[in-house]
Design a protein around this ligand. Structure first.
Ligand code: COA
Length: 342
């Protein structure tokens, strides 16, 4: 047997409140027409003020565990950019609230590529016999880090969570992960950034008299900032490149791909990637029109939506790709397995 991580459960959760483009029109200098034509987004879900990322993660995680059946998991990986706290990680509290006991639990941070990094981490835990079953959750509450006056980010991002369970199995089985491709380019780290609140620019300066920490001349900025145009160009180029590599390593021609699930960043980005590969646009799953860009939750939410809406049949060749802050990007090939429904 050629040990591999095999997808065996999937679940997702969206907070109930919906913000439509018309709602944004009432608050910001924007129009439904602009947002739909430039991004493909019509509405997004937004978590309540007292809802944390872990609350979304627990809901999605519980659904994925149910779809995977009754065997316990022995590790939980939460991919997020919006953890409940900067310390400790969010995953241990999610594991505890899911009643999973003292399992290994930690976060991975790769912004919108986080779920792919989480899958790769789970595959590593399984390959090294550290775990037999791993719950990977992508969860983000981006509404908490958006500048309320920034129309370019408010129009794009939404909140949500998606989760998958991976079990030890055989590389030849349907659902076996991979080939998986991951990459980064930190020279572009300023293109997607929350500048203040980390060790580079803490909220407060050190209390020691020797401290040389100086507040930024720009003043603190707690909000998510993005250079939309540069991100757009990089996202297209990198998702095309990593998708080709993953498909090539799987021995697939691009025309063999039954469903292409790209990070739901912007419909124009997804279509540009599909056209360049080329994968016919109808084989490209689109979920962002209803949820916006949900960051680390985007891929598992889109996959769950595709599964629930009957777009996936056992044996289908599925190609996932993502791009996010860091910069980070990657792709993953898998043959769709038979999955339990929740
Ligand atoms: N409503 C109306 N106008 C808006 C707007 C909105 N919601 N958001 C931005 N604009 C304006 C800009 O302010 C700019 O105005 P200006 O020319 O007066 O400065 C104008 O539209 C054009 O901006 P530009 O950035 O050239 O537009 P764009 O076609 O590139 O679309 C994004 C902007 C943000 C939608 C687009 O760049 C994008 O989707 N980038 C990638 C974002 C992404 O996917 N991020 C996550 C990656 S993980």
């Amino acid at each position: 047997m050629n040990r591999a991580a095999v997808l065996c459960g999937l679940g997702s959760w969206l907070p109930p409140a919906v913000v439509t483009n018309q709602d944004l029109e009432a608050e910001l200098d924007t129009t439904d027409e602009w947002v739909r034509s430039r991004t493909g987004i019509s509405r997004r879900h937004v978590a309540a003020r007292d809802t944390a990322t872990s609350d979304l993660a627990v809901e999605a995680g519980a659904r994925a565990l149910k779809s995977a059946g009754s065997d316990p998991v022995d590790a939980v990986v939460v991919a997020t950019t919006t953890p409940d706290h900067s310390c400790p990680a969010t995953a241990p509290s999610v594991a505890a609230r899911l009643g999973l006991g003292t399992v290994a639990a930690f976060d991975v941070a790769a912004v919108c590529t986080g779920f792919l990094y989480g899958l790769a981490t789970a595959a590593g835990l399984i390959a090294t016999h550290t775990a037999e079953r791993v719950l990977v959750i992508g969860a983000d509450k981006f509404s908490g880090i958006l500048d309320p006056h920034d129309r370019s980010t408010r129009a794009i991002f939404g909140d949500g969570a998606g989760a998958a369970v991976l079990r030890a199995g055989d590389a030849a089985e349907a659902g076996a992960l991979g080939p998986l491709v991951l990459a980064s380019d930190g020279t572009g780290s300023d293109l997607i950034c929350v500048r203040s609140g980390g060790s580079r620019e803490p909220w407060h300066t050190s209390t020691t008299p020797e401290s040389k920490a100086v507040p930024s001349p720009l003043g603190p900025d707690p909000y998510f900032r993005m250079n939309g145009k540069a991100v757009f160009r990089n996202a297209v180029e990198r998702m095309v490149e990593s998708s080709r590599t993953a498909a090539g390593r799987a021995g697939w021609a691009v025309e063999d791909i039954d469903l292409f699930v790209a990070h739901q960043a912007n419909l124009r980005i997804m279509h540009a990637v599909a056209d360049r590969l080329p994968v016919p646009r109808p084989r490209c799953h689109v979920h962002l029109d209803r949820v916006g860009n949900t960051a680390a939750a985007s891929l598992p939410l889109a996959l769950d939506d595709a599964a629930v809406s009957g777009r996936l049949a056992a044996g289908d060749r599925v190609l996932l790709t993502a791009f996010g802050g860091g910069l980070t990007w990657g792709a993953c090939a898998l043959r769709w397995p038979e999955l339990g429904t929740v």
